[in-house]
Design a protein around this ligand. Structure first.
Ligand code: 173
Length: 514
């Protein structure tokens, strides 16, 4: 039994030399820990002699502090019977927002994916916004991703019987309710206390798959426990210490819920995320990094920069052989941005690729993912036939999913909107995806032109777009360009005779042009 500690006792230890802090009902002596706190000692001293639970929970997984500290630093349980009004008032900070100004809108008012991001911008912390909404440098690729989906136009067919539409399909052998998966993002805890548990539970309730990030805030087991038996994908960053990656892969092998390994290929080093770097704040430590401290560098407070130092920049094509020795999961390369690399992935026996530029969070001025997909279609369509090709980046509408399928993709990843939906917990994630757990043909009855029990946002939009476009089955549509007009963007593609001049004609031809 831990001793009970009164608020008057705690208040006495309110200086850097003698610093007690309450976190989630437990009293800790942080005097010796504070100087090595990766986010700096000052943030801890600011809470000396007080209850830091609110701030702590915004950035850390619940169990982190318990695992981090030795028993001698654990002073006991907060004696709730001693809590006074003065104590409660002392916990308020200037940062505490006035609720009416920043309160998140009710979930029922959220009707599209952009609403989720707007609600987040309004009510999540500045740091969470900078991290989630942010991207590299001038945000050019971030914007191009979204804009280019909007420049694809449909060629609809009318007078088809669209009373029944089929959205159910298979992704990497897994049955899903629609061709969408939740793209991996680190540090879910920043978006809401349920963190990645909300993504897992919401995905399962909607019949889609969550691709869990290496940089999750919660332990893998805890996330999987939200939906026992439901399939998951895992996103892998290869670690400079290969033994750590090998241990992680062994752990994944013991979890049959993992069905595929999405290996990130487009972020050998962390990019420059300026919004994130400008806000220096306490660290957000991914669970995977365990006891190792993030290396706060001198370049600001970027979450990925501070936590991504473990990513191995030497990881290259030859390492696929190493990877295959350590996993039996199908390997999907995530972050393919050129036709040459797509062909290479196929040649090297990958199960699939994700055409992705990391949501504009890797190389700025990398092509939009729509452009890459268009070029792949034109120059090497056999890749689309022979392997599962996915796409992510800027997908915000059900109709965008339809466009991706017409272009030959098997499915799409959606990242930021889901990350923002975490602030509404699992219910928010479910609302974002579909709100429907059963796989079935959806039928429009005479009484209801629109099935009001149907999924709320993405699935509902996909279903409606299919009906209005004259498409009844997502599986029949794949690669069918007769439903899509791409001419606005085709004009931006490099002319065919100019493709890969270096590969086709050698450098001498290029030099002769100079
Ligand atoms: O995009 C990211 O923020 C990301 O991929 C990352 C990388 C390392 C640590 C945390 C996040």
């Amino acid at each position: 039994m831990s001793p009970k500690v009164s608020v008057s006792e705690i208040s006495k230890h309110a200086s850097p030399d003698d610093c007690w802090v309450v976190v989630n009902g437990k009293v800790y002596d942080l005097t010796s820990f504070a100087p090595s706190h990766p986010g700096g000692a000052n943030i801890i001293y600011a809470w000396a002699g007080r209850d830091a639970s609110k701030t702590y929970n915004e950035y850390h997984a619940k169990n982190l502090i318990e695992n981090e500290l030795g028993n001698s630093d654990k002073k006991g349980d907060l004696d709730e019977s001693t809590v006074t009004d003065t104590w409660v008032k002392a916990q308020k900070t200037e940062e505490d927002k006035t609720p009416d100004q920043n309160e998140k809108p009710p979930l029922s008012s959220i009707i599209n994916l952009n609403d989720f991001e707007e609600a987040f911008a309004k009510s999540a912390s500045k740091k969470a916004n900078a991290y989630v909404a942010g991207a590299s440098n001038d945000l050019l690729t971030l914007r191009a991703n979204a804009q280019h989906w909007q420049r694809l136009w449909f060629r609809p067919r009318v007078m088809k019987n669209v009373s029944k539409v089929q959205m159910r399909t298979k992704i990497l052998g897994q049955e899903v309710s629609m061709p969408v998966w939740i793209a991996p993002m680190g540090a879910g805890i920043l978006s809401g206390p349920e963190a990645e548990a909300a993504l897992g539970a919401g995905a399962a309730a909607s019949g889609i798959i969550h691709c869990m990030s290496t940089a999750t805030s919660l332990p893998i087991e805890e996330i999987l426990d939200t939906a026992p038996g439901h399939p998951w994908f895992f996103q892998l960053y290869v670690d400079k210490q290969r033994a750590k990656s090998e241990a992680l892969l062994r752990k994944l092998a013991g979890q049959p819920q993992f069905k595929a390994l999405f290996v990130t290929a487009d972020l050998p080093v962390v990019s420059k995320r300026e919004a994130d770097e400008r806000i220096r704040t306490v660290e957000v430590r991914p669970q995977y990094l365990g006891g190792t401290k993030p290396a706060l560098d001198s370049k600001g407070g970027g979450i990925a920069r501070n936590n991504g130092g473990f990513i191995d920049p030497t990881f290259n094509w030859d390492d696929l052989a190493w990877l295959k020795k350590h996993t039996r999961l199908p390997i999907v390369l995530k972050g393919i941005q050129s036709v040459v690399d797509a062909k290479k992935a196929l040649g090297m026996g990958c199960a699939g690729i994700v055409i992705s530029n990391h949501g504009g969070r890797a190389l700025d001025n990398a092509p939009s993912t729509v452009m890459i997909l268009l070029e792949l279609r034109r120059d090497c369509p056999e890749v689309l036939e022979k392997m599962e090709v996915f796409v992510d980046g800027g997908i915000r509408r059900g109709s965008d999913i339809l466009k991706a399928l017409c272009l030959g993709a098997r499915g799409v990843g959606v990242g930021r909107p889901f990350q923002c939906s975490i602030q509404y917990g699992r219910e928010g994630v479910e609302h974002c995806a579909s709100g429907e757990s059963v796989f079935m043909l959806r039928e429009v009855t005479h009484a209801k032109a629109v099935d009001t029990d149907a999924g709320v946002v993405l699935q509902d939009e996909l279903e409606t777009a299919m009906r209005l476009c004259g498409v009844t089955d997502v599986n029949e549509l794949r690669g069918d360009m007769s439903f899509l007009n791409t001419s606005e963007l085709e004009m931006l593609l490099p002319p065919e005779q100019e493709r890969y001049p270096a590969l086709q004609f050698g450098w001498s031809r290029i030099r002769s042009k100079l």
